[in-house]
Design a binder for this molecule. Structure first.
Ligand code: SF4
Length: 387
């Protein structure tokens, strides 16, 4: 339910399924009633829509996506050091509630039941309550709500608990010193207290951890994983530090051998904890499954641009949800059709087009200079670097 990969090899099953059983066990036996009901409701909804959605996929001639990533309100005010959203600090545009409402409905019509709300920390919005209520109304979907956790009040927690379909996804990039350095003095205490409250209320929650050369040893160490295990986190998802703007510290970027070590270390850490699941999401895409872009997931940015994924911050100018429906862009958009054609040529499976095999994105950007909307030139610069 919480993690889905559309290509599942024997190796994937051998290495990951034992850990996913922990998630299933916790869903059944240590989740509060509202969250459990939401998960059951979403699963049943998918089961009931299986036939109509299979017919729809055949008619449209594409695999329907399962996840939607929304990177909204990207000029995040939390200002954590080295966050990829620092590159967007001047961009004030955001999706209004009516557009988000329609977007979630359109996503469900494509059978998308998992939505990652991964732009700015929503608890810095002055309309955070309205935002939570809007998300809660979309009862056929589960929402992973990304936050750094410091602004999440008891009243917000109660709203989230009542909704059931919202899973806090808290960014934590280290233990006390690292957290206070990155997010300000006293931040660790606040986040630690938040985890304790979530645990006490049996609310499922995840942790995202940005990994760089600087914090590699700490966040892949047993002490970090055991602390989060004790605090009741369901999952750690590692994400590689990616330089996103001129101020980015390029010396922090992990090289390939280090990324491989992260992947192996994440699998090994699962054996050192009891209930937590530790995943290197990009490593899994690179070594055990495949790139999900345009086949399994769809991403929308703050100005309505549909991009291949949160890392690849560009899209066709006419691939914008303010002008066309999500279904139309997903099925007929030039960029998405191009990625699917590439996947078909490659026999159904693709390496990461952003970090590993950059040729397609590079060529697409150069051939469509006038019709592509580049949201963050810093991220597209990454595509020009390396092989
Ligand atoms: S291009 Fe890379 S980062 Fe983006 S979805 Fe594909 S595998 Fe993930």
């Amino acid at each position: 339910m919480l993690v889905r990969h559309y290509v599942q090899s024997q190796e994937y099953r051998r290495r990951l399924v034992p850990f996913f059983r922990r998630v299933a066990w916790r869903t059944l036996f240590s989740t509060n009633r509202r969250a459990f009901s939401a998960m059951v409701r979403v699963t049943l909804g998918r089961a009931l829509r299986w036939l109509p959605m299979t017919v729809k996929a055949r008619r449209l001639g594409v695999r329907l996506p399962m996840t939607l990533q929304v990177a909204d309100e990207v000029a995040c005010r939390a200002s954590c050091a080295n966050c990829c959203f620092t590159a967007f600090s001047g961009q004030r545009e955001r999706l209004d509630f009516a557009t988000l409402d329609r977007l979630f409905d359109e996503a469900l019509a494509l059978n998308v039941t998992i939505v990652y709300l991964m732009g700015a920390d929503p608890f810095y919005r002055d309309d955070a309550d309205g935002f939570l209520d809007l998300v809660a109304r979309h009862r056929g979907q589960l929402f992973f709500l990304f936050t750094e956790g410091k602004r999440l009040t008891d009243a917000h927690l109660e709203r989230i608990r009542r909704a059931g379909n919202i899973l806090p996804t808290i960014n934590i990039d280290g233990l006390r010193d690292a957290t206070d350095r990155r997010k300000g003095a006293g931040s660790f205490e606040v986040v630690d207290a938040l985890l304790a409250k979530l645990h006490a209320a049996k609310m499922p929650f995840l942790v995202t951890t940005m990994v760089s050369r600087e914090n590699f040893d700490e966040v892949t160490g047993a002490a970090f994983a055991r602390w989060l295990d004790d605090r009741g986190a369901w999952m750690i998802a590692y994400l590689p530090y990616t330089p996103a703007d001129a101020a980015a510290e390029r010396g922090l970027v992990m090289d390939e051998p280090m990324r491989l070590r992260l992947f192996e270390r994440s699998l090994g850490l699962n054996r050192e904890v009891r209930r937590l699941v530790v995943l290197d999401l990009l490593g899994i895409e690179q070594h055990l499954t495949a790139c999900p872009a345009a086949a399994y997931s769809v991403t929308v940015y703050h100005d309505g641009t549909v991009t291949p994924c949160p890392a690849a911050t560009f899209g066709d100018r006419d691939g914008n949800i303010h002008r066309r429906s999500l279904e139309d862009i997903y099925v007929n958009g030039r960029l998405y059709r191009g990625i699917r054609a590439l996947r078909a040529q490659a026999g159904g499976s693709l390496a990461c087009l952003f970090y590993t095999d950059k040729k397609f994105f590079r060529e697409y950007l150069s051939a469509n200079r006038d019709s592509v909307n580049v949201l963050n030139p810093g991220a597209t610069q990454v595509l020009q670097e390396g092989p």
